[in-house]
Design a protein around this ligand. Structure first.
Ligand code: UDP
Length: 139
């Protein structure tokens, strides 16, 4: 069993697709082990995306991520990191496969509705960034 961190970004919350995104996870057999709605500060967004701090889009991305509430979730299931990435689609929604969350709901390369950890090490860091052990259920 594997865990990953999922975020419904401010654009996804604003577009009222929280339920739609969660439905796709549940339909795929993925279980939600933790969930909360929060609004990040700039410093918290910078810490979360620290791996991207030298990238040209870092300032804009961290502004966007603080622009409204987000939904953070721990997802659990077999091979859930890869499964979630597949449901999300490519970073750039124009390159995303048909039927993926980003293809269906993204606005541009930045406002792409969802975040999902890309590897076990990043999942461990990202889950720990938002949740302690007591907040994560065994599903
Ligand atoms: N992003 C952006 N411009 C880019 C590349 C990425 O604004 O040229 C944003 C986008 O919101 C993306 C996030 O930065 O989801 C993190 O980028 P990453 O390459 O890690 O993509 P992801 O893992 O989210 O698909």
């Amino acid at each position: 069993m594997e865990r990953t961190l999922s975020i419904i970004k401010p654009d996804g919350v604003a577009k009222n697709v929280i339920g739609e995104v969660i439905k796709r996870f549940e339909t795929a057999g993925i279980k939600i082990a933790a969930m909360k709605m929060i609004q990040l500060t700039k410093v918290q967004a910078q810490g979360f995306y620290a791996v991207h701090k030298e990238r040209p889009f870092f300032g804009s991305l961290t502004d966007f991520m603080t622009s409204g509430p987000i939904v953070v979730m721990v997802l659990e299931g077999e091979d859930v990191i890869a499964k979630n990435r597949k449901l999300m689609g490519a970073t750039n929604f124009e390159e995303a496969e048909e039927g993926t969350i980003r293809k269906d709901y993204a606005t541009d390369i930045e406002k792409n509705v969802v975040h999902g950890s890309d590897a076990p090490e990043t999942a461990a860091f990202e889950i720990g960034y938002f949740f302690n052990d007591l907040e994560i259920q065994k599903r």
